[in-house]
Design a binder for this molecule. Structure first.
Ligand code: ADP
Ligand code: AMP
Length: 217
């Protein structure tokens, strides 16, 4: 059971570029999506996580690692994982390493999506998502074909509560403080491949495909 980690600031395009690897059989695990599902189901975990997520703070490490442990326990050993938004702290990275050892697997590569802050703010403030299927759009950079409606489900798109400019700035500060140290951690293990994420969606997808040795979609 091997894994690829997508690393980078919120809004760098991790979810968007995931399609490349999902099409190659990777099981896409976004801790943000898993947490939002818990909120939607109004579970105790979701109710506890919501307040932190809405103000741009992290959910505690043990909660997030517990969710990943469950996902891995439920999978058969042949699956390849694509972790998106996990790990986000050094403790999570160390715990992931232990979990991978337990299943005889390893993190094969860490793809760092590099993107300047001002681009991120524009991307997140204009992000719209489908509550049903999770499709991600942007009002300007990746609009749906009709109005504010999902191309797949035909339902109204919504804006995430944490995608306001104020909360995005907070999330960027938290990223710098708590997640950026992972770059040195994975560089030391020789696992990092850095991609310029400040290009068109098609260019970023092509660069990720090239870097990982899969054909561009
Ligand atoms: P992340 O998963 O890293 O938080 P998303 O994939 O949700 O980021 O992308 C954030 C926003 O930016 C979305 O609205 C998406 O449509 C848009 N976006 C993603 N990649 C690009 C890109 N290369 N150029 C322009 N907009 C992009
Ligand atoms: P995302 O969908 O990746 O932008 O994540 C949305 C929010 O979920 C983050 O701002 C955090 O509050 C929370 N979250 C997601 N993944 C993690 C993680 N690995 N560790 C801590 N909090 C997380």
């Amino acid at each position: 059971m091997n894994a690829i980690v997508l690393l980078g600031p919120p809004g760098a395009g991790k979810g968007t570029v995931s399609d490349v690897l999902i099409a190659r059989g990777y099981n896409h695990i976004s801790t943000g999506n898993l947490l939002r599902e818990q909120i939607r189901l109004e579970t105790p975990l979701g109710l506890q996580a919501r307040e932190r997520m809405d103000r741009g703070s992290f959910v505690p490490d043990d909660v997030v690692v517990g969710m990943i442990r469950e996902v891995m326990a439920a999978s058969d050993g042949s699956q390849k994982f694509l972790f998106d938004g996990f790990p986000r702290t050094l403790i999570q990275a160390q715990m992931l390493e232990k979990l991978m050892v337990e299943v005889n697997g390893e993190v094969k590569q860490v793809v760092l999506l590099d993107c300047p802050d001002h681009v991120i703010i524009d991307r997140l403030v204009g992000r719209r998502t489908c509550g049903k299927c999770g499709s991600v759009y942007h009002v300007t950079f990746n609009p749906p074909s009709q109005g504010n409606v999902c191309d797949v489900e035909g339902c109204e798109l919504s804006q995430r509560a944490d995608d306001t400019e104020e909360t995005v700035r907070k999330r960027l500060a938290v990223y710098q403080q708590r997640t950026e140290p992972l770059i040195a951690y994975y560089k030391e293990k020789n696992l990092i491949v850095t991609i310029n994420a400040n290009q068109s969606i098609a260019e970023v997808r092509a660069d990720v495909s090239d870097a990982l040795g899969v054909d561009a979609l």
